[in-house]
Design a protein around this ligand. Structure first.
Ligand code: GLC
Ligand code: CA
Length: 555
């Protein structure tokens, strides 16, 4: 009887632990971003669709991802390829149906993969019903749902603000005879987040998708929610941006303090449903601002993206060491969300590659992302070493930014080309005659089929690291401590949990380097390395080839 009682207590304790674990599923997780238009096309129209994602869930499971974030798949005129939403609670027919979405969530669930939705909160499409109503007159129930202002003298815009995508941020509307503000394209009018009705409408959208099973939201452009109510002019600096615009500060249009009020409200909404999370698209200037995104009482986003760590020109050892150190120590114990690639920036293959050691650098990057104490965001194709595939003629450009000032600004098509599944002409992405963007020439060797067969491929290296960070207690739960801290070419750190210690060494130079440690250890046992299983490891001197990365257990 007594034994039985102990057993019952133990089972209950285990169940409670499992439940807590469920709530914290996103800690140390690997989240994979899918640009749905470019992942897999199942109906031959040359554009990816939701069924294409469902068809490849086993691949994602094999890779080891915990969740996918899907870029917008809602009805949209597709000016900004879905980031101009005309209906927040439906599926764009080009991507499928609501039934397809439900099936995707169910099938993903069977494979322990959660689905995170994009949420475009700052603006809607100019074809959204809300905007059509709002523009119809200055007095209607939605008149105040957007940022409307009278113009200045002689039809001039209300102030000097510029759009993030280029040129003026105010668009004159002939019906309402006022200007509306747009932080992005003119077809993306900004919502007025000072209006409680707008907030409520968006929170109801969140509830709608959580009821359908989404595990959370990636909050698009969330730092742009508010603008200075006094409409003060931004300061203009010297020089010009590549698109000809003046250099411009954003103190009155970006990251205003009220953003945090909204984040706290949104967090309350997601907390209505267990295990749901908020990921922030948070381009911020420093670690203090990033720390604030978690909330002073950890009551804002769980995972604001750290876009300072790797989306920067400074990839020196000192710079990376400092920024990784900040992410580990200055986010109040919260989980950093590390990211190197997304649908808005040149792929790391080209951005970080030197043209000669790109394969090595891609493996080095994988190690740098997947071995610290952090949640990691991967972008589709990154695990294959997918290259940017920029348009070479202006008539081929699809992203409007790229048409404004081509070729100085090529736009974002290059990082959005179809996922290479195999080496056939359409890369196994589509059976159609034409794909919406061309398949990159590198798909002949960087593709899922070829890399799955090759044990030395980048894909298999990603799989190894993802498995390790799940299974190895030091990589899973351990703290991070730098060693050999002044080394100008090799970044080294230890992960430590209980008796388990793992050493990570990253040679960021194009020359071989030998690193000497005093770890007081007898033995290093290789767990993974970018230069083959034959890595010679000694606890006192580790020889790393150019751009080599080493992960080993210290015994
Ligand atoms: C975010 C998205 C980007 C989009 C913009 C406007 O930055 O990532 O793709 O164009 O917001 O919605
Ligand atoms: Ca399709």
């Amino acid at each position: 009887m007594r034994a039985f009682r102990y057993l019952a207590v133990a089972v209950l304790a285990l169940a409670a632990a499992a439940k807590a674990d469920e709530a914290g599923w996103w800690k140390n997780a690997v989240i994979y971003e899918i640009y749905p238009r470019s992942f897999a096309d199942t109906n031959g129209d040359g554009m990816g669709d939701l069924n294409g994602i469902t068809a490849h869930l086993d691949y994602l499971r094999g890779l080891g991802v915990d969740a996918i974030w899907i870029a917008p798949f809602f009805p949209s005129p597709q000016v900004d390829f879905g980031y101009d939403v005309s209906d927040y609670v439906a599926v764009d027919p080009q991507y499928g149906t609501m039934a397809d979405f439900d099936r995707l969530v169910a099938e993903a669930g069977k494979r322990h993969i959660r689905v995170i939705s994009d949420l475009v909160v700052n603006h809607t499409s100019d074809r959204h019903q809300w905007f059509l109503e709002s523009r119809a007159s200055r007095k209607n129930p939605k008149a105040d749902w957007y940022v409307w202002r009278d113009g200045g003298w002689f039809g001039r815009p209300p102030n000097n603000w510029l759009s993030i995508f280029g040129h003026g941020a105010w668009q004159y509307d002939g019906v309402r005879r006022q200007f509306y503000y747009h932080a992005f394209y003119k077809q993306q009018p900004d919502l007025n987040w000072r209006n409680p009705e707008v907030r409520k409408a968006m929170y109801d959208v969140m509830r709608f998708w959580m009821k359908r099973g989404v595990a959370g939201f990636r909050l698009d452009a969330v730092t742009s929610l508010f603008e200075d109510p006094k409409l003060r002019d931004e300061a203009v600096g010297w020089g010009r941006a590549p698109n000809g615009d003046p250099i411009f500060s954003r103190q009155y249009t970006d990251n205003l303090p009220e953003v945090h009020d909204v984040l706290r409200e949104m967090r309350k909404v997601t907390d209505e449903f267990p295990g749901r999370i908020l990921i922030g698209e948070t381009y911020l200037p420093n670690i203090e601002e990033l720390a604030r995104m978690y909330g002073r009482a950890n009551d804002e986003t769980q995972l604001p993206m750290d876009l300072q760590f790797l989306m920067t020109a400074d990839v020196s050892v000192a710079g990376l060491r400092r920024r990784l150190g900040e992410a580990e120590t200055r986010l109040n114990g919260n989980m950093p969300l590390l990211v190197s690639d997304n649908h808005d920036n040149q792929r790391s293959w080209d951005r970080l590659g030197d043209g000669k050691h790109n394969e090595e650098i891609a493996r080095l990057l994988a190690t740098l992302l997947l071995t610290p104490r952090a949640t990691v965001l991967l972008y589709y194709g990154q695990e294959l070493g997918m290259a940017n595939n920029d348009p070479t003629r202006v008539e081929d450009v699809r992203d409007p930014i790229g048409r404004m000032a081509f070729p100085a600004v090529k736009g974002r098509d290059g990082e959005r080309t179809p996922m290479p599944w195999d080496g056939t002409p359409n890369a196994g992405f589509s059976t159609g005659a034409k794909t919406w963007l061309p398949v990159g020439p590198d798909h002949a060797w960087h593709n899922v089929a070829a890399e799955s067969r090759d044990p030395k491929s980048l894909l298999n290296y990603y799989k190894t690291l993802i498995r390790l960070r799940r299974e190895n207690p030091a990589l899973r739960d351990g703290g991070l401590k730098f060693v050999d801290e002044t080394n100008p070419t090799v970044l080294s750190f230890l992960r430590q949990s209980g008796a388990a210690t793992v050493l990570v060494a990253l040679n960021l130079s194009g020359q071989p380097q030998t690193v000497r440690y005093d770890l007081g250890a007898a033995k290093l046992q290789t767990l993974a390395s970018t230069y083959g299983a034959a890595a010679v490891a000694s606890p006192t001197a580790l020889a790393l080839p150019a751009f080599g990365a080493y992960v080993g257990a210290v015994r």
